[in-house]
Design a protein around this ligand. Structure first.
Ligand code: 5AD
Ligand code: SF4
Length: 568
């Protein structure tokens, strides 16, 4: 049965590759090459039934045949749901469409095409999108009856929910015209062109190597002083609760050179902060670069389900290069899976003034038994040891986490261990979720979603309450200290200036003229300001602006560690 299942998967792969060949009219030999580059039988066996259903390798699809209608000048309205990666993916999509002559609008009435970038991580995330689709269906129907009916509205669903539901999305919501998964955005101009003749178009092929490395994302909001950069796509971790490996496919890294070029380009266009994104940035490997074969070194108490990577440039190499582009550009990264956190990365976080002293270390749970069911690759003790190691390497570092309550079989005692972990670690930022069972995941096949909704809700409230209490305590301790704040803009309601400190916590202050090298002036987006904290709530600090500064100036007198020790 086992071999039959995996054999079927291999067959499906062959079939999908063969489809690509037909499309591209490529010679038969390329089919062999594709198969060579694709996963071998071994990989199907190693990961048994856990690989995404369709694994293909479609790098050379001729995306835009000559005979398609020209959809140029059609105006696109983007809706973005889900994580920061989705924001970056939307910017990739916009870059691709802009190149093909499409325009963008922020006004619904002006739009001809609605593209909804979706998330599938929890049922709640999908419910929000179904509501949005109700609205868009109404809009589409109204347009069809209006005097503007010659300009029919098209609706495209992109991203993780598109990948999860595939053709079923169109069956369920007839108003949808295009379904495109995370690896098929290059195909969007063709898919949209197909809809011109009333067809629906679907491309949900997952790729082993698509990183959009050559696509320079066009930012949706050019005024933002911060940007997100995906350094890798997909995920091989296979946590039992998570849909991501099935919606975003296998893990692959974007070459260092293309990331550094993008950072340089962003720096030149005035961006002051970039966040490097990946499901697990520490498993980043640029294998296009021949290097000595670094072995992934897992600390005691950590293990991984996939083969350790050998060779290629590592995340520490990337962080080194990215943080050297512009010493006045803040660098953040997320997420770092606790299972492999190398000393080299911690050293860069400590030593580079522009690398933010905050680390997102998603724990997910505090009980070793729950962590084992989640297949996280570590237990409570190993996680706590890692926290100590990070704190020792970067004194005063801010920690953030993701936590899930109510996972399959979670007992009251196990949940108490999550609370106690939060109590011990004292996170500056936490994202807290009630468990939501997702089809296809290992948990769906292996466990029972047996914690009642009411219990999940109650546990969720308790986590939030504890987190708020802890944050309040941490933030109160900052009163009197001076923080380096990167100004983002104005709070619409109060007119106050809003920026963020090293830990990504909001800091607000009244607008007033403060000293700078060029004399007294007000704070503007993109400025670094030294702000003395005068009051604190659990998620916002209020301060008094003291002076304009730069990262180098602010840390000139004292290093980060000294500032943290002296509580400056
Ligand atoms: N239910 C609830 N939360 C989940 N997450 C991932 N999958 C699920 C799920 N099925 C959370 C994890 C992850 C974050 C992005 O979302 O905490 O780190
Ligand atoms: Fe992002 Fe995960 Fe949601 Fe996909 S499912 S959009 S990867 S959070």
């Amino acid at each position: 049965m086992f071999f039959l299942q995996n054999g079927m998967r291999l067959l499906r792969y062959v079939r999908a590759s063969y489809k690509c060949r037909c499309k591209s009219n490529a010679p038969l030999s390329t089919l062999k090459n594709k198969l060579k580059q694709g996963p071998g039988l071994k990989e199907f066996i190693v990961n048994s039934s856990e690989v995404p259903e369709v694994i293909t390798h479609p790098p050379h699809i001729p995306y835009l045949p000559d005979n398609i209608q020209n959809t140029s000048k059609r105006r696109v309205y983007f809706d973005v749901y889900g994580c920061q990666m989705n924001l970056n993916d939307t910017e990739i999509v916009w870059s691709i469409l802009k190149n093909e002559g499409f325009e963008k609008t922020e006004v619904e009435e002006e739009a001809d095409i609605f593209l909804v970038m979706t998330c599938a991580i929890r049922e709640g995330a999908e419910n929000k999108i179904w509501h949005r689709l109700d609205h868009l269906r109404g809009f589409k129907n109204r347009r069809a009856l209006s005097k503007n009916r010659n300009n029919p509205v098209k609706i495209g669903i992109l991203g993780c929910m598109a990948e999860r539901l595939k053709e079923k999305l169109i069956e369920k919501e007839k108003a949808v015209d295009v379904v495109a998964g995370p690896d098929s955005y290059r195909d969007l101009p063709r898919l949209l062109a197909l809809t011109e003749s009333g067809q629906t178009a679907v491309n949900v092929l997952l790729s082993l190597d698509e990183t959009y490395a050559d696509v320079v994302p066009v930012r949706l909001n050019q005024n933002n002083i911060s940007a997100f950069i995906s350094i890798m796509r997909g995920c091989d971790n296979m946590c039992t609760y998570c849909i991501v490996p099935f919606t975003r496919g296998r893990e692959r890294s974007r070459p260092v050179s293309s990331i550094v070029d993008e950072v340089r380009h962003l720096s030149e266009s005035g961006v002051k902060e970039v966040t490097l994104l990946g499901q697990n940035v520490n498993s980043y490997r640029d294998v296009t670069q021949p290097t000595e074969k670094f072995d992934t070194h897992l600390a005691e108490g950590f293990k991984t389900v996939y083969k350790n990577k050998k060779g290629g440039l590592r995340f520490a190499d990337l962080l080194d290069k990215v943080s050297s582009v512009d010493p006045e550009m803040r660098i953040r990264f997320t997420a770092a899976h606790p299972k492999d956190f190398p000393d080299e990365v911690l050293r860069l976080v400590r030593e580079r003034a522009n690398v933010c002293k905050s680390v997102h270390l998603p724990a997910q749970a505090g009980s070793s038994a729950v962590l084992a069911r989640m297949r996280r690759g570590y237990g409570r003790a190993a996680y706590l040891r890692l926290v100590q190691r990070v704190r020792a390497a970067v004194p005063g570092v801010g920690l953030s986490t993701d936590m899930i309550c109510g996972f399959c079989g979670e007992t009251d005692e196990e949940f108490e261990e999550t609370l106690s972990l939060m109590d011990i670690v004292e996170y500056n930022v936490a994202f807290l979720f009630p468990y939501s069972m997702r089809e296809k995941t290992t948990a769906y096949r292996r466990y029972k979603d047996d914690v009642p909704e009411s219990v999940k809700k109650e546990r969720h409230s308790r986590m939030i309450e504890l987190y708020r209490r802890k944050c309040q305590k941490l933030n109160d301790a900052e009163i009197g200290n001076v923080h380096l704040v990167l100004v983002e803009g104005v709070v619409p309601k109060t007119g106050q200036i809003m920026g963020r400190n090293e830990f990504y916590i909001k800091v607000v202050f009244d607008q007033t003229e403060i000293p700078s090298e060029e004399g007294m002036r007000r704070a503007q987006p993109g400025d670094y300001v030294g702000v003395r904290i005068v009051s604190a709530r659990c998620s916002v600090l209020t301060g008094v602006p003291l002076y304009h500064t730069t990262i180098r100036e602010f840390y000139k007198e004292y290093s980060w560690g000294e500032r943290a020790a002296l509580r400056i």
